[in-house]
Design a protein around this ligand. Structure first.
Ligand SMILES: Nc1nc2c(ncn2[C@@H]2O[C@H](COP(=O)(O)OP(=O)(O)O)[C@@H](O)[C@H]2O)c(=O)[nH]1
Ligand SMILES: [Mg+2]
Length: 306
């Protein structure tokens, strides 16, 4: 553990890669290394790109990596896809779009995927960010697909959350209003070369105006249009304390819920309560609410009161 930590801090890529793999597999390793690494983190700027598939996040990130590199920055990239690779995950496409940077010594790209456990995924993302931070990255860019809970969870651990959209998404924007719209710090309308960008911009400005969220139009493969976005990201250095606290509240809440879920599942597996009570309910000995209360009573005694 100490050895791998020292190597990471010294900028050893193989050690970083190995630590991430261990972290994905081993919960105890994860907790231990993060506790130890905590003090050497906090230097990196963490930026999350989220938005529906196909809006151009990966293409945009590829352009942004290039611009940050030209400014002498070291960039870590985490590609997160909560969907399984067998049912349309897009990690491969993402990697291909950033391939030209993959061998640059100042870039480290890592994809994270999971089979059916999206909550576990956001847990790992936050710890991988810490490792890359300790490694000495100036910027850590996270790409997450979609606008659901995982995107909101990831936004809690980022300095800047960027929601990427494209022209003619009116209805989709209305549908995603609740969660991610509130945590976005910057809106990007990518594919501004397509018709309808101004309309989308007008719509966004009228819906998000109260928070004064900047709206930026880009064409991902045109560097000049992306430079102002990078300038804006670089300007967002300090988050105001109230916003920081609000993000921490969101993060801690989901961590507590995750932790209880983890402990609960462990207990249920161990105790066989579900099997036992399922039989009683099936036999109509008791109703399912009574079964729930009984299981909950045992669970609180054995798990939560410990
Ligand atoms: N016309 C246009 N196409 C773009 C732009 N940015 C990305 N694309 C295309 O949109 C498609 C999806 O891009 P990708 O980066 O994979 O989107 P992601 O799913 O959000 O990561 C690709 O075919 C890109 O070439 C843009 O600014 N304008
Ligand atoms: Mg992508």
């Amino acid at each position: 553990m100490e050895e791998i930590l020292e190597k990471i801090k010294a900028g050893n890529r193989t050690a970083l890669s190995r630590a991430i793999t261990l972290l994905e597999k081993d919960r105890d390793f994860r907790k231990e290394i993060i506790k130890r690494i905590h003090k050497c983190c906090g230097k990196a700027r963490i930026v999350c790109f989220t938005g529906p598939p196909g809006v151009g996040k990966s293409t945009l990130i590829d352009q942004i990596i290039g611009i940050l590199l030209s400014r002498g920055k070291k960039v870590g990239v985490i590609l997160v896809d909560p969907r399984s690779p067998y049912t349309g995950g897009s990690l491969l496409g993402d990697r291909i779009r950033m391939q030209r940077h993959a061998t640059n010594p100042n870039v480290f790209i890592r994809s994270l995927s999971t089979l059916g456990d999206p909550s576990g995924l956001s847990r790992i993302v936050k710890d991988v960010i810490k490792l890359m931070d300790a490694f000495g990255m100036d910027y850590i860019i996270v790409e997450t697909v979609g606008t659901g809970q995982i995107a909101v969870d990831v936004s809690h651990i980022c300095h800047t959350t960027i929601l990427v959209l494209m022209p003619n998404m009116g209805d989709d924007i209305q549908m995603m209003k609740a969660g991610i719209m509130e945590v976005a710090d910057i809106f990007v309308i990518n594919k501004a070369d397509l018709p309808g960008a101004d309309l989308t911009e007008g719509y966004l400005k009228s819906t998000v105006n109260e928070n004064n969220v900047p709206v930026v139009k880009t064409v991902a493969y045109n560097r000049a249009t992306v430079v102002p976005l990078v300038d804006l990201i670089e300007k967002y250095v300090e988050i105001p304390m109230p916003r920081k606290i609000s993000k921490m509240k969101g993060l801690l809440k989901s961590m507590v819920l995750d932790y209880i879920e983890e402990k609960t599942l462990e207990y249920l597996e161990r105790s066989k309560d579900i099997e036992n009570y399922a039989e009683k309910v099936a036999n109509e000995e008791i109703d399912y609410y009574t079964a729930l209360e009984k299981i909950y009573e045992k669970l609180t005694k054995e798990v939560l009161c410990k």
